[in-house]
Design a protein around this ligand. Structure first.
Ligand code: NCD
Length: 321
């Protein structure tokens, strides 16, 4: 496989944008070496003893928040989950003030999910703690990008690939509102994959081809043809402020992945989804639950390993200073 470096000098993980292939390799290699901890009977190592991680989630989350919490705990860090619903944010405190107060308690890492795109860059310039972007608006979701890269990497031999170079990945559905699509496209392109954005014109970012170096397809059948990796996206209704679609039923009819459509992809193609899945909308249960094709729960397991790796590297464990 690719050469393993131990190159991690960054303070924050704000996005996939700007990460060099060697940095991605370091993150994935670290995740691979840490993931056996999760298969042990006693799932705990002392690696981050004495370190403090704060999870600050301004948007709903199941997988991401739980896995950051478990990632910290399995490495013996002290993990605090700030529930925004019960915090002073509800009393009118600004994000920067909340962070400055949390910082006064000297945490090592603050993990933030926030509905505004780009907010992490602003905070990183104004605070000392190491920040991890757990999803900012429609902008980026780097740990999702990394866990998806790790899941794909695990399957490269079965897909007849020695590396990501030339691998054909179709990212399908509501690309416009998806931070998952952005982080994946950036990471996959950095490692040399061929990326397709597949979705209705109303759910495609402007100038997607130029901005991301992808090809754009407005028919699912065309986008799926020969693809080795099929990544389905949820309709991000919470980010839609106008009507982008005639109806969900029509969307499912034209854009839903079912077994018949999946036959157009490579015979060994894997199917991915960041979750939460909307069964019968972007993905049929017969595909989501197909043990031969679906790697959706492998993504979740790898998410834990990737978040362990991120906390480990940001806490200075692999840093050459
Ligand atoms: C994604 C997110 O929140 O960006 N979910 C996740 O983190 N696993 C995608 C989504 O909500 O559809």
């Amino acid at each position: 496989m690719r050469s393993a470096g131990n190159l991690w000098t960054r303070k924050h993980l704000l996005g996939m944008a700007g990460l060099a292939p060697e940095e991605i390799d370091t993150l994935l290699d670290t995740a691979v070496s840490l993931r056996e901890v999760n298969r042990r009977d006693i799932k705990k190592v002392p690696t981050l003893r004495g370190k403090t991680v704060i999870n600050l989630f301004y948007e709903n989350s199941t997988r991401t928040r739980t896995s950051f919490e478990l990632a910290g705990k399995r490495m013996s860090a002290d993990v605090v989950n700030m529930s925004v619903a019960s915090s002073s944010v509800k009393k009118g405190e600004t994000l920067l003030d909340t962070l400055a107060n949390l910082q006064a308690m000297n945490p090592d890492v603050v993990v933030i999910r926030h509905p505004e795109s780009g907010v992490l860059e602003f905070l990183a310039n104004n605070l000392d703690a190491a920040l991890v972007n757990a999803g900012d608006g429609r902008h980026e979701h780097p740990t999702q990008g990394l866990l998806d890269l790790l899941t794909i990497q695990d399957h490269l031999p079965l897909l007849g690939q020695k590396s990501f170079a030339g691998l054909v990945v179709a990212i399908c559905g509501d690309v416009l509102h998806s931070r998952v699509a952005r982080s994946n496209a950036i990471g996959l392109k950095t490692l040399g994959a061929t990326v397709r954005f597949v979705g209705p014109a109303t759910l495609m970012p402007a100038q997607a081809a130029e901005a991301f170096g992808v090809t754009v397809h407005h028919r699912l059948e065309e986008g799926l043809a020969g693809a080795q990796v099929v990544m389905m996206l949820r309709l991000q209704n919470e980010r839609m402020n106008s009507s982008y679609l005639p109806s969900v039923r029509e969307y499912a009819a034209f854009w839903g992945l079912n077994r018949a459509r999946l036959k157009l992809a490579d015979p060994n193609a894997i199917v991915m989804h960041p979750g939460p899945i909307n069964r019968g909308v972007e993905i049929a249960s017969e595909v989501a639950d197909d043990p031969e094709r679906s790697v959706i729960l492998e993504q979740v397991a790898n998410g834990l390993a990737v978040r362990m790796a991120v906390l480990y590297l940001l806490c200075g464990a692999g840093v050459r200073r």
